[in-house]
Design a protein around this ligand. Sequence first.
Ligand SMILES: Nc1nc2c(ncn2[C@@H]2O[C@H](COP(=O)(O)OP(=O)(O)OP(=O)(O)O)[C@@H](O)[C@H]2O)c(=O)[nH]1
Ligand SMILES: [Mg+2]
Length: 348
Amino acid sequence: MAARGLLNLTRNTFAHESTINWFPGHMAKGIKQMRDQMRAVDLIVETRDARIPLSSINMQFERIVGGKDRLVVYNKADLAPPEIQQAVQLEMAKRKQRAIFTDTSINKSVSQILQVAVDIAQRDPMKYPHFSIMVVGMPNVGKSSLINALRRTGINRGKAACTGAKPGITRAVSSRIRVLEKPAVYLVDTPGVMMPHIPDPITALKVALTGKCGIKDNIADESVLADYLLFRLNRFDAVEYVHYCGCLGIEQPTDDINELVAMLAQKIGALRRGGEIDVDKTLQFFLRTYRQGRFGRLCLDDLDEKSVADFFQHSLLDAPLSKNQGQKAKRAAQRQRSIEKARSKNLI
Ligand SMILES: Nc1nc2c(ncn2[C@@H]2O[C@H](COP(=O)(O)OP(=O)(O)OP(=O)(O)O)[C@@H](O)[C@H]2O)c(=O)[nH]1
Ligand SMILES: [Mg+2]
């Protein structure tokens, strides 16, 4: 790994203003279906993305699943550094939430979910002649993959739910899918649900970067996503990307996304007639390669005590339900910040 001190890496912050407001109709419909079926549900498996353990929390589920027994599952654990697991579990324990980490390709990993269900069901067999789990979470966190993996692990059967690399594959709440015979355990798949408005622009970038919203819908600009990714990779000293782009000039990390695109385009042959660079294709390759985990196992959220506290205080607890509420909340937060700033300078 190159020594950062020698490198021309100049950015310590990433300036970004725009947020994401993406809430297609099938999500609102999905929430209604979830609410309608909630009475028959014994356990909620709230699935989050291990690469963004904070930013993949959707506070809407607090309102939807309210008092139900809940297990938080951090999926795609194979793409996140193993050392974050303890910190996240501690944080969840403080919030009285059980949390586990899963990788859907590993039976032992997903069978932890079945174990939780079996433990609850066996405590009171009269109450649970059969046990129903509803799997909820943001788009593309791997809900349907988890269901297929649980079916494979529990009853050795093939896929029952469609999965895909793009968000929005599951469009409606599914019927019950059996995943265990004794005790009888069923799962219900649900469409991924976004926050209608993500107030913090950097949280929005992380959500988009990990593939939670459709790029084709122009929700997030790929060049901004790629630039933010480059910024984070450099900040982490995660310079595996250099090896991908290395053969044609980049021998050390760069903070310049244009330089990276120029080199990478040559390497992958993303060139139009006359040698002009196909920027879109190159950016897509860069983002796809990251999402496949080929730049290493990275956690995009900061998990030190202060960052976690700030996150819960500012981004989540007052999470708005609509764009209007979001704008109001943003203005209120700005006002509050100016008051605090003025206070700290003893002006008030
Ligand atoms: N690396 C990795 N990829 C996973 C894992 N689980 C799922 N995936 C991949 O993540 C992508 C999304 O998986 P889905 O199961 O369709 O996600 P979903 O949450 O059901 O998505 P929606 O239906 O769109 O809300 C697919 O390409 C899966 O192969 C995992 O544990 N590790
Ligand atoms: Mg799905």
